[in-house]
Design a protein around this ligand. Structure first.
Ligand code: GH3
Ligand code: MG
Ligand code: MG
Ligand code: MG
Length: 298
């Protein structure tokens, strides 16, 4: 079931809000604000799909509000349509250069307004969908390397500032080339998906992230655990993959598919770099490989 798009109508006159919401009929969930400042609060709380914005309002006017919305990372993607009685070319130019996607003069034709809103909401949804796909690994449904690197840098900054620990786990399937050679590439793909599911089950907190880092290499970012905690989760992932008992006759470790893991964890230093954390976790992973595979090092 798809939810109705949320349209925020901002106007200092309640009658104008009623007219605009009537034009949108019942295809949308309507929220509204009677001033620019109220609109900022409502927009942050409601997360609208589109904003219909009046220009002339006491206090914060529509142009200034639009510029503020476009500076807010959480709201800058939300399309803004001005609905105003200002008819001059200068006013229209000001509105569009403030970041609005469209400019409609009052009184408007209700059918045309509904159509414009529909078109822009649809484009916004497609943009959101594309942005999601650009960060996702299509085989496993996990995040991809781009998302992992972006989120790791973000988490290092945030955790470094707010305090607390972060754990980064890197893992790699043992003798996976052999697995492909023996069982074929499609079976290899299924194996990758099942390993990904084990990782996914270990993501417990809202901001934890599991990603496919490369071909048969995965990574997890965990919020909270210190090194011992991170290694405990890694060990549970290792055991979870072993418990899948996917036959692997070509493995020199066991008769089934296994993984090797490396953990970097602790309280991020000020200005900590994601490259450095990845390098540390990778070094631990390398040690797990050298020590005989199917193990955790941290
Ligand atoms: P090690 O235990 O040292 O990690 O050995 P390995 O054989 O796993 O490592 P190597 O890097 O030599 O081989 C990785 C293999 O992963 C080779 C490649 O065919 C396979 N692989 C990478 N991406 C995919 C994929 O998307 N699907 C499948 N089926 N196989 C993949
Ligand atoms: Mg007004
Ligand atoms: Mg590898
Ligand atoms: Mg491997």
């Amino acid at each position: 079931m798809t939810t109705k798009p949320v349209v925020l109508i901002v106007d200092d006159e309640i009658l104008n809000i009623e007219i605009a919401s009537a034009a949108l009929e019942d295809g949308y969930e309507i929220s509204f604000a009677l001033s620019g400042h109220q609109a900022l609060e409502v927009a942050q709380a409601a997360g609208p799909d589109l904003i219909l914005l009046d220009v002339m309002m006491p206090g914060l006017n529509g142009y200034d509000l639009c510029r503020l919305l476009k500076q807010d990372p959480a709201l800058s993607d939300v399309p803004v349509i001005f609905t105003t009685s200002l008819q001059t070319p200068e006013a229209e130019l000001l509105g569009l250069s403030a970041g609005a996607i469209d400019y409609v003069t009052k009184p408007f034709q209700p059918g045309a307004l509904r159509q414009r809103v529909g078109n822009h909401v649809q484009m916004k949804r497609m943009r959101d969908q594309l942005a999601g796909l650009a960060m996702q690994d299509h085989l496993t449904g996990l995040g991809n390397r781009r998302l992992l690197e972006q989120r790791l840098q973000q988490e290092l900054r945030q955790t470094g500032r707010d305090g607390g620990n972060l754990a980064l786990i890197l893992l790699d399937i043992d003798h996976f080339k052999q697995f492909n050679d023996l069982y074929g590439h499609p079976e290899g793909d299924r194996c990758l998906q099942r390993v990904a599911d084990v990782l996914d089950r270990h993501m417990r907190r809202g901001r934890d992230l599991a990603a496919r880092y490369g071909g048969e290499e995965f990574a997890c970012i965990l919020n909270g655990p210190d090194l011992a905690g991170g290694m405990a989760v890694a060990e549970s992932i290792r055991a979870g993959v072993e418990a899948l008992a996917i036959p692997h006759a070509g493995s020199r470790v066991a008769g089934s598919v296994t993984i090797s893991l490396g953990v970097a964890a602790g309280r991020p230093a000020r200005g900590a770099l994601s490259e450095r954390w990845l390098r540390d976790a990778d070094l631990m992973l390398y040690r797990s490989k050298n020590a005989g595979r199917n193990r955790v090092t941290g």
